[in-house]
Each structure stands twice: as C-alpha cells, then as structure tokens.
Design a protein around this ligand. Structure first.
Ligand SMILES: Cc1cc2nc3c(=O)[nH]c(=O)nc-3n(C[C@H](O)[C@H](O)[C@H](O)COP(=O)(O)OP(=O)(O)OC[C@H]3O[C@@H](n4cnc5c(N)ncnc54)[C@H](O)[C@@H]3O)c2cc1C
Length: 461
C-alpha cells in the first residue's frame, strides 16, 4: 500500500462514520470510493438517509479536537457557514435539575453547528481529497466474496433509477459505515459466519424538534441553553441558533421511557413549559414557528460485539453506528466514529487491517463512552439492567458532583471534560475533586416543580 498503490477501498455509507474513515483510508489506498443511497454532494440540508440529522447534534470536545486535527482549518470553514465557536463551559448554559452549572473557561471548543452543516463541512473536505470519489444515489445491496467466502472482494450496488441493474464494485477492502441499520450481521450469517452478539440498553427515548424565528435573542453572548435530562428531571432540551440563518433557532426536546415530546403545536409548547428551566418557554411561547415539529424515536442503545468473534472474513471492517449506537442525549456518536477512524489509521500503518485485531482495539475505545452512557441510563429507575454497586455509587456521585457544580465552576470543568471524552470518568474521583464535591454537593431546595405527576421516573438508584 501507500503511494503508487493501485488498491481500492469501498466505503459503504457517506455520512459521518464513512467520511471520517475515508479521510484516513485516503492516506493509504490509491482510491477511496464512498457509496450512499442519498444525493450528498453539496447537500447542506436534511437528507432522508440520515433522518436523525433533523435533530440537535452537538460535537463533544474530543470529537472537535479530532476533526480539527484531521481537517486543519475546519473551524474556519464552519465559521464561514455562520457557526460561532465558543467555550464548552463558559459559553453554554448547562442546567441540571433546574440549576445552572457555574460557567468557567474550560479552553474546550464548542462548534454549535446543526448536523447537516457539520456533515457538509466535513464532506467538502473529504471530497477535496484527490483520491476520494463518491458514488451517490446507489443502494448497497450486498457483499462479494471469494468462492471460499474467506475474503470480501467487493460490494454489490444498484443505482436508484428505473431499469438500473446491480453492479459490482471490486475492492481490496470494504468498510461498512451504513449506520445503525447495517446489514453486516445478516450478511455474515448468510456467508456462514456468526452474527455478533448485541448489547442493548432499552431507553425508549424520543427527540422532537422544531425551528422558530425569535423576535428577541435569548442567548446574549451564550451559544446554547441546555437543560440536561437527569433521573430527577428526565425531560431535556437543546436550544441554540441555526448557523447562518439570522434569528432562527433549533429547539430539540427529549423524553425518555415513553415520555415522548409531542409534535402537535400545543403539546410541544406544553412540554417546553414543563422543562425545569423557564428561559426556553419564555423565548418560544410567542415565536413564529418556521416548520412543523418532527419526532425521532430511539428505542435502545445498541453495541455489536464484533470484537468477540473469532472468525471474520478478511477485507471487511465495520465502523461508526454500525458497531455502536449510543443514547444520543450524551452526544457521543460522532466522536466515537472519530475515535474509530483513529484506530483505523493506526492499523493502516501496518498494512491491511486485520478485522479481529481492529475490532478489539476499536472496542477498547468504545468501552469508556459505552459504560459512561449505559451506566448513567441505569440511573433512571425504569431502564432495565443490572445495577452493580459500582454503577449505583457512580450515579449517586455524579448527581452530587453536578449539584456541586452549580456552586463550583471547577467541577463544571471536570464534568465537561469527562462528558466531552477528554478525561476518563476515573478523573472525577481525584481526591481534590472529591473534596470539592463533598464540600459543595449538599442538596438545596430547587425552585422548580416537576412537570406533572408521574413524570418523575425515579431518583438515581
Ligand atoms: C436523534 C439523534 C441525535 C443525535 N445527537 C448526537 C449528538 O448530539 N452528538 C453526536 O456526536 N452524535 C449524535 N447522534 C449520533 C450520530 O448521529 C451518529 O453517531 C452518527 O450519525 C453515526 O454516523 P454513521 O456514519 O456511522 O451512520 P449514519 O449517520 O446513520 O449514516 C449512515 C449512512 O449510510 C447510508 N446508508 C445506509 N444504508 C444504506 C444502503 N443500504 N445503501 C446506501 N446507503 C446506505 C445512509 O444514507 C447514511 O448516509 C445522534 C443520533 C440520533 C439518533
């Protein structure tokens, strides 16, 4: 491999996972061909292949760092698209249980782009790489293998047009980045391999999003207002300006365990009103909606345990949501995809990646965010799963730390660094941090009344 190589890699899916994979593959393969069913070139708005793209998407700090290092100057591209970068702690109003975590200068950069704007900026960069090509409006139908099924040697695709026929794209390597609905488990079974085991955390979550044009700007110098969902205030929201669209804001409401935010105008506003922070209701109650609300349901976080398989065809890798699809309220998915691209880059240094070794290293990167979000989900009494003493302690401690962060900005920083996948969760247990939590984390009377009887889904257990 390397320069002068004639080898080709086919990447299935041209969304965040596929784009980030393509970026590092282009350093090692002569040709990188991204395939997607959607039209993607130049598209900066919503597209059907990524229905979740209509809802709030934050890039946590580690994800931002990786993107900026893989695409130097990406922040400037985002600025040109109207995105105003700021500080993750100091410029965002984070609320837990109705109280604002004290802001500070964390030095961690937030780029509050909508998902289509971010993806468009990344795609522009990837498409500018000379040996990357995109095959759009093509359905991915299946894999092609050697007769003994030991190696994947291509993919079958079909153009989305009447009278089109299946075509075969030959490949030295195929990377599946088709997202949560990936067919690789079924393809493996059809080829005589085992499917990966799946870990699931059922959360029965829904996002409902609507855009408004506001008569007055409620943000001031801040970038966003985020009442985070917690077990004691399980309704959450993400509220921020749409970049480059003067006066238009995106408001995503989140509800867990079947408490879906309604999409009808009255129900939507009633849900906004029930949030433990009044600022958002005040801002949108008389604002002009610019579209209808749309809902996305997310029944469960899913992790496919490819690393546990001992037999796997050569020439095939799986990345992004196709491997692990996280509860979106923790905003980890795109960053996990970015971390996966770094694992891929490392394996490519030694030649063609060996799937089993690759999946094991990828799993090590996914363990921490998976444990973080899965453990936090178990703080909701209605989420099924085993609550070990460690998980119970961690959830009680984080609740106390968040409370303490409403009085101590250093703790906001510590928390944002862990949630941003910069520091490991164990960093919250440093003695100095624990002392601050003990000192500042005593309960105080909150000034909000929960939305409605039955909304409280249980405290942290
Ligand atoms: C409601 C919601 C909110 C989220 N918020 C955040 C957030 O705030 N921060 C964050 O980091 N992450 C968030 N995520 C997660 C994030 O969206 C995903 O982690 C990310 O999109 C994964 O990218 P991917 O490329 O792996 O998959 P996807 O984005 O799902 O892309 C898959 C691609 O494959 C294509 N494709 C699929 N099947 C075929 C086929 N058969 N033929 C041709 N093309 C095909 C699709 O068109 C699409 O382009 C959120 C997810 C949801 C559901």
């Amino acid at each position: 491999m390397g320069e002068g190589s004639t080898r080709r890699v086919v990447v299935l899916g041209a969304s965040m996972g596929g784009l980030l994979a393509a970026r590092v593959l282009a350093d090692r393969y002569a040709e990188v061909l991204l395939v997607d069913r959607d039209e993607v070139t130049g598209v900066s708005g919503y597209r059907p292949g990524v229905p979740h793209g209509r809802h709030a998407h934050g890039l946590v700090a580690r994800g931002y760092q990786i993107l900026e290092s893989q695409f130097p100057g990406l922040t400037d591209d985002l600025r040109a698209a109207g995105v105003v970068p700021g500080d993750f702690s100091g410029d965002i109003r984070w609320y837990v249980d109705g109280q604002r975590m004290l802001p500070s200068r964390s030095g961690l950069v937030s780029v509050p782009a909508t998902r289509p704007v971010l993806e468009h900026a990344v795609r522009n960069r990837v498409q500018a790489i000379p040996n990357v090509r995109v095959l759009e409006r093509h359905d991915i139908v299946g894999l092609v293998t050697t007769p003994d099924r030991a190696r994947v040697i291509g993919a079958r695709v079909q153009r989305r047009a009447e009278d089109s026929r299946e075509e075969v794209l030959d490949a030295d390597l195929v990377v599946d980045a088709t997202g949560r609905g990936s067919r690789t488990p079924a393809w493996l079974a059809a080829l005589g391999y085992q499917r990966p085991a799946e870990d699931r955390v059922k959360i029965d979550l829904a996002y409902t999003t609507r855009h408004f044009r506001l008569p007055e700007d409620p943000f001031g110098s801040d970038l966003a207002i985020i009442p985070a969902a917690t077990p004691t205030s399980p309704r959450g929201a993400f509220f921020y300006r749409v970049p480059g669209d003067g006066g238009v804001v995106e408001l995503t409401l989140t509800g867990i365990l079947g408490d879906y935010p309604p999409a009808d105008p009255e129900g939507f506003l009633a849900f906004v009103r029930s949030l433990p922070v009044p600022d958002i209701y005040r801002a949108v109650q008389d604002a002009e909606p610019v579209d209808d609300a749309v809902t996305f349901r997310f029944p469960a976080s899913v992790r496919r345990r490819y690393e546990r398989l001992t037999r796997f065809p050569a020439g095939l890798l799986v990345m992004g949501d196709a491997v692990c699809s996280f509860n979106p309220i923790y905003a980890q998915g795109m960053t996990a995809a970015a971390l996966g691209s770094l694992v891929l880059a490392e394996h490519l240094r030694h030649g063609e990646p060996q799937p089993v070794a690759f999946f094991r290293d990828l799993a090590r990167q996914l363990d921490s965010p998976w444990d973080f979000s899965g453990g936090a989900d178990l703080g909701y009494a209605g989420v099924e799963g085993k609550r070990t003493a460690k998980i119970r302690f961690a959830n009680a401690y984080v609740a106390r730390l968040q409370r303490a962060a409403t009085r101590d900005a250093r703790l906001t920083d510590a928390f944002i660094r862990v949630a941003g996948l910069i520091d490991p969760p164990s960093s919250l247990m440093r003695p100095a941090t624990m002392l601050r939590v003990l000192r500042h984390g005593r309960p105080r009377a909150t000034n909000h009344t929960p939305a409605r009887p039955g909304q409280l889904l249980g405290g942290r257990s």
